[in-house]
Design a protein around this ligand. Structure first.
Ligand SMILES: *[C@@H]1O[C@H](CO)[C@@H](O)[C@H](O)[C@H]1NC(C)=O
Ligand SMILES: *[C@@H]1O[C@H](CO)[C@@H](O)[C@H](O)[C@H]1NC(C)=O
Ligand SMILES: *[C@@H]1O[C@H](CO)[C@@H](O)[C@H](O)[C@H]1NC(C)=O
Ligand SMILES: *[C@@H]1O[C@H](CO)[C@@H](O)[C@H](O)[C@H]1NC(C)=O
Length: 648
């Protein structure tokens, strides 16, 4: 060996040594390699990131063959403890997307960030993928572990319960059910459907960033059920595996009490950042709902989610995240929905009158109602052609009786004007309610007829609804009208064309009782508009509350309706404290005023009456002093009493 060769090798060795001491191998490991069910966490461990930067990020990919810029989500390493050392760990609960997952670490530079050309919904630049540092092995879900996304719905017929779920292959799956866990002796098959990328109307839903395999959607109807019983059930197949055994309670035939949970605009919470912001608040809404459903024990109930359901908006995996999140509640009580702008609206939607041209935009992210129409099956057969190759939109309007309440659902995204199918349905349905059987009628839809949180583009729609729909509600003595869309809670006086049903108006014996309107879009979406500002101070944060708005709040949560044949109460429950924030009581038609005297000690109330319909609007205060104050008001003043009107 000549000196030259020697020094060359020496140089080589020192370079190697130098390299390995300054830059230990960059590694990423993932355990376990196989997960069993949605929600199981994967543990990711990495080390050897040189000169860690606060812009280093971990990309989450599914399937593992996705190109670098088609991540489903990401986490900045600098959001994790100890990141400055260049190593760390994170656990992420994953949902089963019927494909494998991979994790990749990237270095994103300041100048790439400054020059970014793609942005998320909040206008944050999406992290750059030019410099990949390391990629993990693939991990997957164990096959044969049974269906997911299990959710129930009423069919509108007695003795039945629908169950829907998703499998990776659409093979023959069945529902087995019975009165005990050990004896699931009744069996029904399922109908299977799915939708394709070509069914979607525009990006992101139909491009490769947003589209993922949605799986096969199964729909089975359990029949011959006995009313008022607890049933156990399981879905699946021997080859694909079986779900856990769940249970539900069937409605009673002559129920004296109705309990229902209602809210709009909930969304889902993903454990990573993605293209659209997800709804952190939804986790605690579901948590408290589960508490209240468990507390009901063996009493029947259902959930009503009035539009803006998953907020997937074309990012397919967010539907999986949503159904995983609601499964603990939706597998045990029917989960009812109506359509919102974020399930539907797209630029060429078939009904788009001139006055709605600014209103109906691209809020559906290109889904144009397709996932909504496949993943739920509500009673009735309402449908609207899309005008594209996409399948028709379903679940637009329907009604169902549940105990002492007749529930009606409408679509504010499709034609509701006189002459439309929907208008005819609403008119006929409201006119033919048997008020002996269901003294209360509750109408629900997504975009509100009334709200003091206004965006100018919503005004024309409200006008049309007040012109055409409200007369049906007033004439048919609808008890309560619930709306979503505005991510706040707001309770109005009983209303007709902005006029409160008034004690003074027509004298003692002819008080007017109109439907009470309440906005309940506070399910979880954390974007909140402002209350209407003072017209003469448009830039000052002064939000006078019009007299029609009796109580309004920004706390997220849900409402709980409890009705007997005499009295309907709606409670507003906050999801930060699980406590009551507002309450309204509405009396059934013809119930004598003496019924008011049964009020609980904490109630503070006032009422409007009509010869045939009594309406009582109440508020439960937190403090006894406050309660006695308003009680005194009631005895002193028989007119409207303004109580605490805002939750601050
Ligand atoms: C970012 O843009 C600036 C100005 O156009 C350019 O000078 C710079 O090279 C770009 N940086 C990268 C990383 O592309
Ligand atoms: C599906 O499964 C059910 C119950 O096991 C069985 O009765 C039915 O024949 C099967 N159908 C097909 C098409 O395999
Ligand atoms: C929907 O159901 C109603 C009532 O059962 C029926 O009259 C109507 O023909 C049905 N429409 C379609 C399109 O099936
Ligand atoms: C509502 O009131 C306004 C103003 O008073 C009136 O112009 C309009 O015709 C009313 N609408 C209905 C449906 O009665």
């Amino acid at each position: 060996m000549n000196p030259l060769q020697f020094s060359f090798i020496f140089l080589h060795l020192t370079l190697l040594l130098h390299f390995s001491s300054a830059a230990p191998a960059l590694t990423i490991s993932v355990t376990p390699k196989t997960l069993s069910k949605s929600g199981d966490p994967v543990h990711i461990q990495w080390s050897g990131v040189e000169s860690p930067s606060r812009l280093d990020w971990l990309g989450i990919y599914s399937p593992s063959t996705s190109p670098n810029d088609h991540f489903i989500g990401y986490i900045f390493l600098s959001s994790l403890a100890g990141w400055e050392s260049g190593s760390g760990t994170v656990s992420i609960p994953l949902v089963n997307l019927r494909s494998d997952y991979q994790f990749r670490i990237f270095r994103w530079t300041e100048s790439e960030m400054m020059n970014a050309t793609s942005f998320d919904q909040d206008h944050n630049p999406l992290p750059g993928t030019e410099h990949m540092l390391v990629a993990s092995e693939e991990i997957g879900f164990q096959p044969g572990m049974g269906p997911e996304h299990v959710h129930l719905a009423l069919t509108g017929r007695l003795h039945e319960m629908r169950v829907m779920f998703v499998t990776p292959d659409g093979k023959n799956n069945t529902v087995r059910y019975g009165l005990t866990e050990q004896n699931l002796d009744q069996v029904v098959g399922t109908e299977v459907s799915r939708y394709e990328r070509e069914d979607m109307c525009h990006p992101p839903a139909n491009d490769f960033v947003g589209w993922r395999d949605p799986g096969y959607i199964h729909d089975g109807v359990m029949t011959n059920l006995i009313n008022g019983k607890k049933y156990y059930y399981q879905v699946g197949s021997d080859s694909g595996g079986w779900s856990d055994i769940f249970s539900f309670v069937t409605p009673k035939t002559h129920s004296k009490k109705t309990v229902v949970f209602l809210f709009g605009d909930m969304g889902t919470a993903a454990p990573y950042i993605t293209f659209d912001r997800t709804q952190e608040e939804s986790s605690s809404t579901v948590k408290w709902l589960l508490r209240d459903i468990e507390a009901l024990g063996d009493k029947p109930t259902f959930i009503s989610h009035i539009g803006d359901i998953s907020y997937a908006r074309g990012y397919s995996w967010l539907w999986d995240q949503f159904f995983h999140q609601i499964q603990p509640i939706a597998s045990r009580v029917p989960y009812h929905v109506c359509i919102g702008n974020h399930e539907y609206d797209w630029p060429s939607q078939p009904w788009k009158p001139d006055w709605a041209s600014k209103l109906y935009g691209s809020d559906g992210g290109g889904e144009c109602g397709v996932p909504y129409s496949h993943r739920f099956k509500m009673p009735g057969n309402s449908s609207q052609v899309t005008g594209t190759s996409a399948p028709a939109t379903r679940n637009l309007f329907y009604s169902l009786d549940f105990g002492v309440v007749h529930f009606v659902y409408m679509s504010t995204e499709t034609n509701f004007l006189p002459g439309s199918d929907q208008y005819e349905f609403l008119k006929n349905d409201l006119e033919s309610v048997d008020r002996q059987k269901t003294p209360f009628v509750v109408v629900q839809g997504h975009r509100p007829m009334y709200s003091t949180c206004n965006r100018p583009k919503e005004i024309p729609l409200r006008k049309k609804m007040i012109e055409h729909i409200e007369p049906l509600l007033v004439k048919n003595k609808v008890s309560l009208v619930l709306w979503g869309h505005v991510h706040r809670y707001e309770r109005f006086c009983p209303l007709n064309n902005y006029t409160c049903g008034s004690l003074e108006k027509n004298g003692e014996d002819n008080w007017e009782a109109y439907p009470v309107h309440i906005v309940i879009g506070m399910g979880g979406q954390d974007w909140q508009g402002q209350w209407l500002q003072r017209e003469d101070h448009p830039s000052d944060p002064v939000f006078p509350q019009p007299e029609q708005s009796l109580f309004r709040a920004g706390e997220y949560g849900y409402t709980k309706l409890v009705a007997t044949k005499k009295k309907l109460k709606l409670f507003y429950i906050g999801n930060h404290d699980g406590k009551l924030h507002d309450m309204v009581e509405i009396m059934a038609p013809g119930v004598a005023p003496s019924a008011f005297m049964e009020m609980e000690a904490m109630d503070c109330w006032y009422y409007v009456k009509n010869l045939s319909l009594m309406v009582l609007v109440g508020f439960v205060a937190y403090f006894l002093g406050f309660t006695s104050h308003c009680r005194r008001n009631v005895t002193e003043n028989s007119g409207w009493t303004r109580l605490k009107a805002e939750d601050v």
